[in-house]
Design a protein around this ligand. Structure first.
Ligand code: NAD
Length: 499
C-alpha cells in the first residue's frame, strides 16, 4: 500500500482485486488528480455478494464476543493509523484536518460501541397458551447487507454501516462514493489485518450506475442501507421493490435553526455558524435555514457576519484552516446556482457570495449570509450543502414552527431558548427526527439518527439503528408428551392438522 494514497483495488473475499476501469481521485483543495483507483464492474459486484453469502453463516455462528473481539481490534487499528487516515480523508474529501481527526476517532468508536452489543442482543420469552409449550422471539442476523455511502464522511460512514452489521452476524458489501474511494479502501486494509474472515466485509469502488445498480438488482441482498441524496434514494427504493428487499435510507436534510429572543445570543451565533460551516456545510444535519426572533435578528446577523469574516479559508491540511473547499466542481457549481437563484428571486447577499479567489483551482466558496428570503424560495426548500446561510426574522413561535415544518425534509432541527415551555412546545410540534436544544450536532452513537419525510425511511446508530440489521424469529417448542392442547385462536387443532 502507498502510505500517502492508500489501496487502489476493491476488497473482495479477503483479497484486493483490480477492476477493469480506472478513475482518478481529485484533491478538492487543488482540483488536481493525485492518484488513480481501479473501478469494479457488475461481475465483481456479483462475486463480492456471493462471497458475502458464503461467509455469512460461519460469521453468525461465532459467539458474539468473538465477533466483538475482531471489532475491537479494528477500533485499535483505526486509532493506531489515525493520522494516516485523517490525511487521506483531507486529501480526497477536503475537510480541515482537525475535523478529519474527529472523523477518524469517531470511526473507531462505532466499532467499540457496537462491540458492546455482544451481550445485549436479546430476545423475548412469551407466555404460551398451552401446557408444555415454550414460545420465544429471538433476534437473528438479516444475512447479506448491501451498503452504499456518500462522500461527506468517507471513513465514518464505513464504520457506521459495517460495525452494526458485524455484531449482528451479517456479512456486508459496501460501495464507496466515486469521489472518495480511498478512505473505504484504507479501512479494507485494516479489516484484513484485524482478522475479519474472508467475505464477511467487502469494499467495492464503483459507479452508482454500475455497481450500485447491480447491488440493488441482486437476489443475494437481504438489506440495502444507503446514505445519500433523495433522487438516488428514490431510485434505489424503486429498484429494491422488484425483489421486496428491505431498504433503509438516510437522505438529505434542510435543518431549521430557531433562535428565540431569550436565548444566549453568543452561544446561538457560535453554534449556528459552526453548524453551517463544519465540513464546508456538507453535513446532512447542518444548519440550512436560520430563523431569528425579530427583536434580536439584526444583532444576530451582525454577529454572525463577524464570525463568518473571522473564518480562515485555506488548505485543509493546514492546522489553522477553518473552512476548506467543496468536495467537487459539480458540488461547487450546485452551491453557486442555488445562490444565484436566490438573488434572482429577490434575496440579498449580506456577506460573501461567489468563489474564493486565489485558491489555485481548489473548489472554494466564500462563507455567505443571505437576507430577504421567503419560505417559498429554493434556498429555503432545497438542500444547499455549502457554506451559505439564509437568515430570516420571525414574529411568533407559532409562525416559526410553521416555517420550520414547511419542508420536504425532516432530519434535524435546532432550537435555542431558555424558555422551558417553548422547549416542550417544540418537542410536540417540530416534525423532525432529531431535535437539538441549545446545542448542535454531531449526533451521539447511542441516539437514533432518523429522518422524517424525504429525509428517508430508516435510521442508524444506537439500539434502534442496530434493529435494522437484525430480523426476528418466533420459535414454538412443544415439550409436552402429546400434541399441543388448549385454545387456538384460529379454531381447534389436533396434532398434524394445520389450522
Ligand atoms: P448521491 O445520492 O449522489 O450518492 C450516494 C451514493 O449512491 C454514492 O455511492 C453513489 O455512487 C450511489 N448511487 C448513485 N446512483 C445509484 C444507483 N442508481 N443505484 C445505487 N447507488 C447509486 O449522494 P451524495 O451526493 O454522495 O451525498 C450527498 C447527500 O447525502 C446529501 O443529500 C446529504 O444530505 C446526504 N447525506 C445524508 C446523511 C444522513 O445520515 N441522512 C449523511 C450524509 C449525507
Amino acid at each position: 500500500m502507498n502510505e500517502a494514497t492508500g489501496e487502489r483495488d476493491s476488497y473482495i473475499n479477503g483479497e484486493f482485486i483490480t477492476g477493469p476501469d480506472r478513475l482518478g481521485v481529485t484533491n478538492p483543495a487543488t482540483g488536481q488528480d493525485f492518484t488513480e483507483i481501479s473501478l469494479a464492474d457488475a461481475s465483481m459486484t456479483e462475486s463480492a455478494l456471493a462471497a458475502a453469502r458464503n461467509a455469512q453463516p460461519g460469521w453468525a455462528r461465532h459467539a458474539p464476543l468473538e465477533r466483538a473481539a475482531v471489532m475491537k481490534r479494528i477500533a485499535d487499528l483505526i486509532d493506531a493509523n489515525s493520522e494516516t487516515l485523517a490525511e487521506l480523508i483531507v486529501r480526497e474529501q477536503g475537510k480541515p484536518i482537525a475535523e478529519a481527526r474527529g472523523e477518524t476517532s469517531g470511526s473507531a468508536e462505532f466499532f467499540r460501541f457496537f462491540a458492546e452489543y455482544a451481550r445485549r442482543i436479546e430476545g423475548e420469552i412469551l407466555p404460551s397458551d398451552h401446557a408444555g409449550e415454550q414460545i420465544w422471539i429471538q433476534r437473528v442476523p438479516i444475512g447479506v447487507v448491501a451498503a452504499i455511502i456518500p462522500w461527506n464522511y468517507p471513513l465514518a460512514l464505513v464504520a457506521r454501516k459495517v460495525a452494526p452489521s458485524m455484531i449482528a452476524g451479517n456479512s456486508i458489501v459496501l460501495k464507496s462514493h466515486e469521489n472518495t474511494p480511498l478512505s473505504a479502501l484504507a479501512m479494507a486494509r485494516l479489516f484484513h489485518h484485524s482478522g475479519v474472515p474472508r467475505g464477511v466485509v467487502n469494499i467495492i469502488s464503483g459507479l452508482g450506475s454500475v455497481v450500485g445498480e447491480a447491488m440493488c438488482a441482486s437476489d443475494e441482498v437481504d438489506l440495502i442501507t444507503m446514505t445519500g441524496s433523495v433522487p438516488t434514494g428514490k431510485r434505489i427504493m424503486r429498484n429494491a421493490a422488484d425483489r421486496l428487499t428491505p431498504v433503509s435510507l438516510e437522505l438529505g436534510g434542510k435543518a431549521p435553526f430557531i433562535v428565540m429572543a431569550d436565548a444566549d445570543l453568543d452561544l446561538a451565533v457560535r453554534s449556528a455558524a459552526s453548524s453551517r460551516y463544519m465540513n464546508c456545510g456538507q453535513v446532512c444535519i447542518c444548519n440550512e435555514r436560520t430563523f431569528v426572533e425579530r427583536s434580536v435578528h439584526d444583532a444576530f446577523v451582525a454577529r454572525f457576519i463577524e464570525v463568518s469574516k473571522s473564518l480562515r479559508i485555506g488548505d485543509p491540511m493546514d492546522e489553522s484552516t477553518d473552512l476548506g473547499p467543496k468536495v467537487s466542481l459539480a458540488e461547487l457549481e450546485k452551491v453557486e446556482k442555488r445562490v444565484d437563484a436566490a438573488v434572482e428571486a429577490g434575496a440579498e447577499i449580506l456577506y460573501g457570495g461567489g468563489r474564493t479567489e486565489g485558491m489555485k483551482g481548489g473548489y472554494y466558496y466564500n462563507p455567505t449570509v443571505i437576507g430577504g428570503v421567503t419560505d417559498a424560495m429554493s434556498i429555503m426548500q432545497d438542500e444547499t450543502f455549502g457554506p451559505v446561510i439564509p437568515i430570516v426574522p420571525f414574529d411568533s413561535f407559532d409562525d416559526v414552527v410553521t416555517s420550520a415544518n414547511n419542508s420536504r425534509y425532516g432530519l434535524s432541527a435546532y432550537l435555542f431558548t431558555n424558555n422551558l415551555k417553548q422547549v416542550m412546545e417544540a418537542v410536540n410540534t417540530v416534525e423532525f427526527g432529531e431535535l437539538y436544544i441549545n446545542r448542535i450536532g454531531p449526533e451521539s452513537l447511542q441516539g437514533y439518527h432518523v429522518g422524517y419525510r424525504n429525509s428517508g425511511p430508516g435510521g442508524d446508530d444506537g439500539t434502534h439503528g442496530l434493529e435494522t440489521y437484525l430480523r426476528k424469529k418466533t420459535v414454538y417448542v412443544n415439550y409436552s408428551d402429546g400434541p399441543t392442547t388448549g385454545l387456538m385462536p384460529y379454531g381447534k387443532q389436533d396434532a398434524g392438522e394445520a389450522s
